[in-house]
Write a protein that binds this ligand. Structure first.
Ligand code: MEV
Length: 442
C-alpha cells in the first residue's frame, strides 16, 4: 500500500514502480523512459490526458488506402495491434473500389442523456406539471446551450419516463441532444446536471404539490452511451458475376452463397455473432482510436444495438436478390471531430488531416465503411482459405523478430515456412540450424 503516489513527481513514480516490481530496476527505468516523447511540450500534452503516467504504450499506426466512399477517395488511419487487420481492410477497400465503392448514409445524429430521479408521487401528477417543468429546464440551461445552438445543435427533446412499476418512485428525464461535430459528452453532462438542479428546485417548491410530493432526489445525471439514433449505414453491392476471382477455389455464385450463409449464421447464433461483430470492431475501433475518439463508448453502443431485438445478432446483413450481391452494416457511432482528444493528440490531429478534416458525419461514414470492409475481408477469408494462412505469416514475423532474426534469415525462414506449420519451436529450431550451418559451412 502506498499513500500519495499521485503526488510524487514522474521520476519518483517510475523509481518506485521499478523498485517494487522489477528484477532489474535500472534497465526497467531505461526502457520506460525511452518511450517518453523527446519533445517536452508534446510530452506535457500527452501527460495531461491521464493520471499517474510513467511512460507511453506504443501501438502501430497504419494506413489502409483506396477507400472509395460515396465517390470520394480516403486513406484510412488505423491504430491496432492485431496483425492482418490493416492488410485486410486495404484489400477489401481495393476490391470494392472497382465495384462502385462504399455507399454510406447517416440515418440520424441524436444522442441521449438521462436524469435519473426518485419522486414521491404519481406519474400523472408529474405529467401535469411537465410542460411547465420543461420550460424551466430549458430556460435555466440556456447559458450552457447557447454556443451549441449557435452551431446548429442543442437540446432537441425532453421526455418524462415512468419506471415506478419496476422500482418504487423511479422516474427519468430522457433528453435528446444534437452535438454537431463534437462527441458532446461534456456538453451533455453539463446540461443534464443543470437539469437535475432545476428539477429538484422545481418540485421542491411548486405550489401545486403536497408536502409528500416535494420529496425528490436526483440520483444521477449522465449521458447514455447507447446511441441508436446516432446511426450510420454503409453498403457495398455488385452483380454476382463481379465476384468472380474473389478467390481461386470458389466460383462467384458459390462464394456468394457461402458468404451469405456466414452472415446468416451470425444472425442466428450469438456465439458466432460475437466473433463476427468483433471482426467489424477490428476496423471500427482502429479508426476510432486513430482519431482520438472513445472506443469503449462506441463498442458499448454497438453491442447493445446488436441485441436490440432481445437476442445478440450480427450488425451486418447480406442479401442475394435478382443476381445482385448486397452487403451492409448499420451501426451507432457517436464520434466527434472537434473537442476531446481529437485535435489535442498530435496523432489524432494528423489522422483527421489524412481524412481531409472531416465533419463528425463524414467520420461516421468512413468508420462504418472500414468496419464493413473488415467484416467483408474476414468472412471472405473464413469461407475460402481460412484466416490462419494470413495470420500465420504475421505470426512468423513476430516470432522471427522475437528471436532477433537478421534480414537474410527472415528471407530464408519465409521461404522455408511457406507451406509448413509455424510454431515458436519450429522457427527456433530452423534458425538454430541455419545459424549453425552458416557459422560452420563445413
Ligand atoms: C479476428 O480478430 C476476427 C475474426 O475472428 C472475425 C470473424 O470471425 O468474423 C476473423
Amino acid at each position: 500500500m502506498i499513500h500519495g503516489f499521485s503526488k510524487l513527481d514522474k521520476p519518483d513514480k517510475l523509481q518506485w514502480v521499478a523498485q517494487q516490481f522489477s528484477k532489474d530496476p535500472d534497465s526497467f527505468i531505461q526502457i520506460l523512459s525511452s518511450f517518453r516523447h523527446p519533445d517536452e511540450q508534446t510530452q506535457r500534452i500527452l501527460d495531461g490526458f491521464s493520471e499517474n503516467t510513467i511512460s507511453h504504450f506504443f501501438m502501430p499506426y497504419g494506413i489502409a488506402p483506396n477507400f472509395l466512399i460515396n465517390g470520394n477517395w480516403y486513406s484510412v488511419p488505423m491504430v491496432i495491434e492485431e496483425s492482418s487487420v490493416v492488410a485486410a481492410a486495404s484489400s477489401a477497400a481495393k476490391f470494392w473500389s472497382t465495384r462502385g465503392g462504399f455507399h454510406t448514409t447517416i440515418v440520424n445524429t441524436l444522442k441521449v442523456g438521462q436524469v435519473h430521479f426518485t419522486w414521491n408521487g404519481a406519474f400523472e401528477r408529474l405529467q401535469m406539471l411537465f410542460p411547465e417543468l420543461k420550460n424551466a429546464l430549458l430556460q435555466d440551461a440556456a447559458p450552457l446551450t447557447y454556443n451549441m445552438e449557435q452551431r446548429g445543435g442543442g437540446v432537441r427533446d425532453i421526455r418524462l419516463l415512468d419506471f415506478s412499476s419496476l422500482e418504487a418512485g423511479y422516474f427519468q428525464l430522457s433528453v435528446h441532444f444534437e452535438t454537431c461535430d463534437s462527441m458532446g459528452a461534456n456538453f451533455i453532462n453539463s446540461v443534464l446536471e443543470a437539469f437535475g438542479q432545476t428539477l429538484t428546485a422545481f418540485l421542491e417548491s411548486h405550489p401545486a404539490l403536497s408536502d409528500q410530493e416535494r420529496d425528490v432526489t436526483v440520483v444521477m445525471a449522465i449521458l447514455s452511451n447507447y446511441t441508436p439514433e446516432c446511426l450510420v449505414r454503409a453498403e457495398v453491392s455488385c452483380s454476382i458475376a463481379e465476384l468472380q476471382g474473389v478467390c481461386d477455389d470458389l466460383d462467384a455464385p458459390a462464394f456468394a452463397k457461402k458468404f451469405h450463409q456466414a452472415v446468416t449464421f451470425a444472425h442466428i447464433d450469438p456465439y458466432r455473432a460475437t466473433t463476427h461483430n468483433k471482426g467489424i470492431y477490428n476496423g471500427i475501433d482502429a479508426v476510432v482510436l486513430a482519431t482520438g475518439n472513445d472506443f469503449r463508448a462506441i463498442e458499448a453502443a454497438g453491442h447493445t444495438y446488436a441485441a436490440r431485438d432481445g437476442q445478440y445478432k450480427s450488425l451486418s446483413s447480406c442479401s442475394i436478390e435478382n443476381d445482385r450481391f448486397r452487403f451492409w452494416l448499420e451501426v451507432p457511432l457517436a464520434v466527434g471531430t472537434v473537442g476531446g482528444l481529437t485535435r489535442l493528440h498530435p496523432l489524432a490531429n494528423a489522422s483527421l488531416d489524412i481524412l481531409g478534416d472531416p465533419s463528425a458525419e463524414q467520420l461516421m461514414m468512413v468508420i462504418a465503411a472500414t468496419g464493413l470492409a473488415q467484416n467483408f475481408a474476414a468472412l471472405r477469408s473464413l469461407v475460402t482459405t481460412g484466416i490462419q494462412k494470413g495470420h500465420m505469416k504475421m505470426h512468423l514475423m513476430n516470432i522471427l523478430h522475437h528471436l532477433k532474426a537478421q534480414p537474410a534469415e527472415i528471407v530464408n525462414a519465409t521461404l522455408h515456412f511457406e507451406n509448413k506449420a509455424i510454431s515458436f519451436n519450429a522457427v527456433r529450431d530452423f534458425l538454430q540450424q541455419l545459424r549453425s550451418t552458416t557459422s560452420n559451412p563445413h
